[in-house]
Design a protein around this ligand. Structure first.
Ligand code: NAP
Length: 286
């Protein structure tokens, strides 16, 4: 058996085209384009790449995009003051603080300072709480992007058994809430989970968000299951790989996402989608 490939690159490109067309319609009607401010503190090489990709995507769809670079030793208060200013600026609909932050800055304090309607990452407790209560507003980008990909399989999600490996605030937990909202039966696994492979073997949908190269083996996958690989890892030879042994798993799975070209591009396209949504929220208010 050979799995269908869930082509995140292609789905993301379509999503970006739709967003670009909507921005053209907005601006043709005399409205301002959506605006995203990205704050990068320090010079983490991976963060620099992510930020560059986000900026490029913003420009491509016609958003206003502002990158603010701060020194690695920036005091927390200076970052909070900057966020206060961006919260007030009308042409900025979304504020994204690239994580991780240097040690002197507390991530939760920073996330909570962003106005919930400008929290396009969907990490603010207000937005997470709304997701818990099944009344989502701005939803975390990676899990939301995964839901868009699952939609492309045409599969009925209600009643499926989904296993999520990883319980982080940015991927595993919101992913579980998204799948629960779609009426899957969810199992969230982490480093203390017993009998992990048995749990994965029983899953119709496997979401791997572990951060360990090729951790999930092909023979852990139920034949025909849908495998979503969120992991982005760099191997010793410099090549990127996911958290799933793609070659082995694609022999067994029904659907599978590649790395690169799977969840990664969807996360960025979903960030654009969230920024457009935030712009609509702000326009509706004025
Ligand atoms: P994280 O915060 O490090 O969380 C990893 C999770 O995996 C934790 O919950 C951890 O359990 C669990 N885990 C570790 N070893 C395990 C084991 N042996 N068995 C079962 N569970 C285990 O990572 P993250 O931020 O969620 O990211 C996960 C991966 O996704 C990384 O590769 C990251 O680069 C990638 N990522 C990709 C995108 C994208 O757009 N494609 C976006 C975000 C992240 P404990 O909680 O018990 O420690």
């Amino acid at each position: 058996m050979s799995a269908h490939i869930l082509d995140g690159k292609a789905i993301a490109a379509d999503l970006r085209k739709t967003i670009q067309a909507e921005v053209k319609t907005l601006t043709a009607a005399g409205q301002r384009p959506p605006g995203l401010a990205v704050i990068l503190v320090g010079d983490n090489p991976a963060s620099q790449v992510y930020v560059r990709n986000k900026q490029k995507a913003c420009e491509e769809v016609g958003f206003l995009s502002e990158l603010i670079r701060l020194e690695a030793d920036t005091p927390q208060q200076a970052l909070l003051t900057l966020i206060d200013t961006l919260n007030q600026r009308e042409e900025i609909d979304g504020i994204l603080v690239q994580l991780p932050l240097p040690d002197q800055i507390d991530e939760e304090t920073v996330i909570e300072r962003i106005l919930p309607t400008k929290d396009v990452d969907g990490f603010h407790p207000y937005n997470v709480g709304r997701l818990v209560l099944r009344m989502p507003l701005l939803r975390p980008c990676t899990p939301k992007g995964v839901m868009t990909m699952l939609d492309h399989t045409g599969m009925e999600l209600a009643g499926k058994d989904a296993v999520i490996i990883g319980q982080s605030n940015i991927v595993g937990r919101p992913m579980a809430l998204e799948l629960l909202m779609a009426r899957c039966t969810i199992t969230v696994c982490h480093s203390r989970t017993k009998n992990l492979t048995d749990k994965i073997r029983g899953a119709d949908i496997v979401i791997a968000a572990v951060g360990r190269p090729e951790f999930v083996q092909g023979d852990w996958i139920q034949p025909g299951a849908t495998v979503i690989d969120v992991g982005i890892n760099r191997k010793d030879d410099g090549k990127l790989c996911g958290d799933v042994d793609f070659t082995a798993a694609s022999e067994v799975a029904g659907w599978i996402t590649p790395v690169p070209g799977g969840v990664g591009p969807m996360t960025i396209a979903t960030l654009l989608e969230n920024t457009l949504q935030a712009a609509r929220l702000h326009n509706d208010k004025t």
